[in-house]
Every structure is written in structure tokens, then in C-alpha cells.
Design a binder for this molecule. Structure first.
Ligand SMILES: Nc1nc2c(ncn2[C@@H]2O[C@H](COP(=O)(O)OP(=O)(O)O)[C@@H](O)[C@H]2O)c(=O)[nH]1
Ligand SMILES: [Mg+2]
Length: 294
């Protein structure tokens, strides 16, 4: 059989996680319209006849403001090494800019097959895509190029073909049942965080993290108590919303996803806690699972 490791890299919000979910036909990585939704490297395992591909979805590479951002970039940089193929996702509807230059200068991807995915072509103008490709052709001449609409699964099978062409014979690294390397608690926290992001605007989403207080698996329904961490007192009020309306919708949306994940009824209790400057605090980053292990 053919097998190998493939990393999905790119700027924030270009559709990396959407692409991974489309490849797997399953949601292993959360998606929102906010940048920097993904904060960890997340493996997604693709199994087909005689093929296994271990994908890694990564945080979007950006100019970091806090230590959290540095850790996220480091995770993405580390994922680009020791793989068989790198997939660099580009938003085809945006012109080439400093953020794209930043990635190409910071990523060490020269010695590895590279597939450039021009995603969101549903929103792009053909002439703009052509000139964008000209720029990339000059900067990374060895790259294979492909257009996709990850959210509609357009050209995803073609992308898989191109990846498989670049893999060699190898063993299965994971059992066929495993879809991700992340445990169930990570997945529950991510489902809550996705709903937090989707219900908030401006700077507040970036200031949040989820802390699992406890889970009573023996209770019926399963009792989950989790905290939404924010950085400022004022953000606490925003998350809760007038009359507790916002936190109630976050809770009920997240509960539906968690119940689907666990195939069990769930009682989800959410709290909001303020922790000043957690994004710049090494210890907090460790507590919330955002330290890049090198
Ligand atoms: N129009 C369009 N939107 C997309 C496409 N792929 C992803 N998106 C949207 O782009 C946003 C960011 O997607 P996400 O996968 O979280 O990006 P990531 O930060 O790179 O992982 C979400 O609102 C997606 O629904 C696409 O092919 N076309
Ligand atoms: Mg993502």
C-alpha cells in the first residue's frame, strides 16, 4: 500500500480546516469565518483502498502579536518538516500580499513536494487567479498547482490523486477506525470554542479559550462542566449577553454537536472566567494546551 504524511499550511482563514474536513468527509477540525480559528496541529487520517494519508491541519501562519500567536506559528512550522508532501493553501480571491510573502520566507518547504491549492475560486476572478499563479510560479517553481472550492468539495478528489502520486509504498500508521489523533475532551472543547467564536465578533473571539472543569460520564445525561476563559471583565459580559442570552445559545449549539459526537444525551454547563493576559502567559498557554511541543 501507499502511505505518508501531508501537512496543510497557509495563512489564517484560507480554508485549511474546511479542506481537511472535505478530504475526510468528516468534521475533525472546527471552522468559522474568523481568522486563527485553528490553534493546534490536528491530525486527520484518510483511509482508502491501499492508501493511508496522515494529514495535519495547522494554525494559520501570521505576524504574531502575543505568545499564543508565536506558539501557533511554531506548530505550523514544525508540521512542515519530515512530511512527504506539503499542501500550501492560498485564498485565490485575495491578491498576493505581505502575509503571503511572510509565509514563503518563513516556511522551509524547498526540499519537499509542494502542492499549491488555490482555494475559494468560487469567489475569485479568473484574470486575478492567473496573475496570482504567475507570482507563485516564480517564487516556488517546483510547486504543483490546483484550484479548489473546499466548502463544496470541488476538486478535492483531484487533489487527493496528486497527493497520492507523490507518496511511496509504506505501512498503515494508524488503524482504519482512527480519524484523528485528538482525544474526545479536546474535541468537546473545540466544539464549544467553535460556537463561542461563531457567536462573538471583533477582538473578543481571539481572547477566549476553553477549560474543561469536569465530566461525569456516569451521569445520565452525561454532565459536562466547562469554562470559557476571557481576558477582560468587559468581555465576560459580552460572552454572557443580555439576560444570559448569548451564553445560552453557545451552550445549546455546542451541546447538539457534542451529543452527536458522543451519541449520548449531554447536560452542558458553561461558566465564564476572567484571566488577564492569558495569551501572553507561558503557564496559561500550557494549561489551555497551546504550547508547541518541539
Ligand atoms: N467561498 C468559499 N469559502 C470557503 C471555502 N473554503 C472555506 N471557506 C470559508 O472560509 C472560512 C475559513 O475557513 P477555515 O477552514 O476555518 O479556514 P482556515 O483558517 O484556513 O482553517 C470559513 O467561513 C469557510 O466556510 C471556499 O472554497 N469558498
Ligand atoms: Mg483552521
Amino acid at each position: 500500500m501507499k502511505s505518508g504524511f501531508v501537512s496543510i499550511l497557509g495563512r489564517p482563514n484560507v480554508g485549511k480546516s474546511t479542506l481537511l474536513n472535505a478530504i475526510l468527509n468528516k468534521k475533525v477540525s472546527i471552522v468559522t469565518d474568523k481568522s486563527q480559528t485553528t490553534r493546534n496541529n490536528i491530525k486527520g487520517i484518510y483511509n482508502a483502498e491501499d492508501v493511508q494519508i496522515v494529514f495535519t491541519d495547522t494554525p494559520g501562519i501570521h505576524k504574531p502579536k502575543e505568545k499564543l500567536g508565536q506558539e501557533m506559528n511554531n506548530m505550523a512550522y514544525s508540521a512542515a518538516h519530515d512530511v512527504d508532501v506539503n499542501v500550501l493553501v492560498v485564498d485565490a480571491s485575495e491578491p498576493f500580499g505581505p502575509g503571503d510573502e511572510y509565509i514563503l520566507s518563513h516556511l522551509d518547504i524547498k526540499d519537499c513536494p509542494l502542492i499549491l491549492v488555490f482555494n475559494k475560486i468560487d469567489q475569485a476572478r479568473l484574470d486575478k487567479v492567473i496573475s496570482l499563479k504567475e507570482i507563485y510560479k516564480e517564487k516556488v517553481p517546483h510547486a504543483i498547482m490546483i484550484d479548489t472550492v473546499a466548502k463544496d468539495r470541488f476538486n478535492v478528489d483531484l487533489l487527493l490523486e496528486k497527493i497520492i502520486e507523490n507518496l511511496s509504498e509504506g505501512p498503515a500508521y494508524y488503524s482504519a477506525e482512527e480519524v484523528t489523533d485528538k482525544d474526545v475532551i479536546f474535541q468537546i472543547k473545540e466544539m464549544i470554542r467553535e460556537k463561542v467564536l461563531r457567536n462573538l465578533r471583533d477582538e473578543v473571539p481571539h481572547a477566549t479559550a476553553i477549560y474543561m472543569e469536569d465530566i461525569d460520564w456516569d451521569a445520565n445525561p452525561i454532565h459536562i462542566r466547562a469554562s470559557i476563559i476571557v481576558e477582560k471583565e468587559g468581555q465576560k459580559g459580552i460572552v454572557i449577553g443580555a439576560g444570559g442570552k448569548r451564553i445560552k445559545s453557545i451552550g445549546s449549539q455546542a451541546r447538539r454537536d457534542i451529543e452527536e459526537l458522543l451519541s449520548k444525551h449531554v447536560f452542558l454547563e458553561l461558566f465564564v472566567r476572567v484571566q488577564e493576559g492569558w495569551r501572553d502567559n507561558e503557564k496559561s498557554l500550557e494549561t489551555y494546551g497551546y504550547k508547541c511541543k518541539k
